[in-house]
Design a protein around this ligand. Structure first.
Ligand code: NAD
Ligand code: DAU
Length: 359
């Protein structure tokens, strides 16, 4: 295991950070990146990869079962890490169909390819292969103030079409463990932030709008709580599960940083005030604009990470302000990346649609 890794969705935010982490830190591993390059995926995210000889890109859809099966056969893949998904909650509210197709049917298709090639053709077992599925804290639903943080034993109670599609995919993974003995694990992670995140998500959107002097849209009252994790910490947690995780188990991953959205936005504004004090929109918090809330907006997420900490020895390294500082610096430095992402027609379509709906 962990010699030849098929990463799906490796041109997206977390997948590209994971590939960079593996190629930098794990010299024995080879990576094949299967990505459809949807609006969210970009080879720009992988321009500076450290080791091209241990890396191959294949453009393709995880729903194409035979294509995936051929990659598993031809490349002797022993590990699959499934990041590929539609990942944005707002989009799942506007257009749920593609979330069902990619997140549910796509995961099913990957599981089938792995079952056929690994279990039926090659008769491989727990020591030989591993299917790792990347999931989210949103499968647990929403917490009220004062509720204890989500544990792995919490019942699933997803609220958005995105969360429901991820919950379904988790159930399929577990069904393949129990029914066919497929050696699989799942991680449920909280909100990630850091370099290469597509600027539809809160943190990069706020940074880029603030730099441009555009409104900083706050949904509803802005008192919703998310549990923020620096993406590099997520990559390390996934590796810990690949190396030491138990087949059939799920592991919660989180940052133990739980500010309100307004607090996060204020922190970003203060970092920008400090780093670029001479802009006309300083203090940047004057750009904060309250807009119509997201329908069915989950109020609070918080992850209990005792299991991964005690059983696998993983713990987050980056405290929130430090991670936000690094993220702001990355977006200020990487103007060419931002320009290329902004030029993508799908980005402009999303901006028009989102702002026309929220007013
Ligand atoms: P992203 O939207 O940035 O990237 C998704 C990638 O998947 C893109 O490169 C896209 O081209 C690719 N993709 C989409 N459909 C595909 C298909 N049918 N076949 C092949 N590739 C396809 O997403 P992200 O934020 O990097 O999230 C990655 C994974 O982590 C997702 O499964 C998401 O549910 C999960 N997750 C994300 C977060 C977060 O905060 N971003 C937190 C917890 C879990
Ligand atoms: O919790 C994990 C999830 O985190 C992942 O599974 C998802 O893939 C990922 O997109 C993220 O979902 P969120 O909906 O929490 O992330 P988003 O960045 O869209 O929003 C974070 C919070 O900020 C949420 O409460 C909505 C709010 N928000 C978001 C945007 C884009 C705003 O107030 N204004 C905005 O413009």
């Amino acid at each position: 295991m962990l010699k030849t890794i098929l990463v799906t969705g490796g041109a997206g935010f977390i997948g590209s950070n994971f590939i960079r982490f593996v190629l930098t830190e794990k010299p024995d591993a080879t990576v094949i990146n299967l990505d459809l390059l949807t609006y969210a995926g970009s080879l720009e995210n992988l321009r500076d990869l450290p080791s091209a000889d241990r890396y191959t890109f294949v453009k393709g859809d995880i729903c194409e079962q035979e294509k995936v099966a051929n990659i598993l056969r031809e490349r002797n893949v022993d590990t699959i890490v499934n990041f590929a998904a539609e990942s944005h909650v707002d989009r799942s509210i506007h257009s749920p169909g593609v979330f069902i197709q990619t997140n549910i049917f796509g995961t099913f298709s990957l599981l089938e390819a792995a079952r056929k090639v690994w279990l039926e053709e090659n008769k491989q077992g727990q020591q030989d292969v591993r299917f790792h599925h990347i999931s989210t804290d949103e499968v647990y639903g929403s917490l009220e103030p004062g509720d204890p943080a989500f544990q792995e034993s919490n019942p699933y109670s997803p609220n958005s079409p995105y969360a429901a599609s991820k919950a379904s995919s988790d159930h399929l993974v577990n069904a393949y463990v129990h029914t066919y003995g497929l050696p699989a694990t799942i991680t449920n992670c909280s909100n990630n932030y850091g370099p290469y995140q597509f600027p539809e998500k809160l943190i990069p959107l706020i940074i880029l709008n603030a730099v441009d002097g555009k409104p900083l849209p706050v949904y509803g009252d802005g008192k919703q709580v998310r549990d923020w994790l620096y993406v590099e910490d997520h990559c390390k947690a996934i590796w810990a599960v690949l190396e030491k995780g138990m087949v059939g188990e799920s592991y919660n991953i989180g940052g133990e940083n739980q500010p309100t959205n307004l607090e996060i936005i204020h922190t970003i504004c203060s970092i920008l005030d400090e780093k670029i004090p001479n802009l006309p929109y300083t203090p940047h918090k004057q750009l904060i604009t309250f807009v119509t809330d997201r329908p069915g907006h989950d109020r609070r997420y918080a992850m209990n990470i005792d299991k991964i900490r005690t059983e696998l020895g993983w713990t987050p390294d980056n405290e929130l302000r430090k991670g936000l500082y690094a993220t702001v610096e990355w977006y200020l430095k990487n103007k060419e990346w931002i320009k290329r992402i902004h030029e993508k027609p799908t980005y402009q379509d999303w901006l028009d649609e989102n702002y026309s709906k929220r007013g």
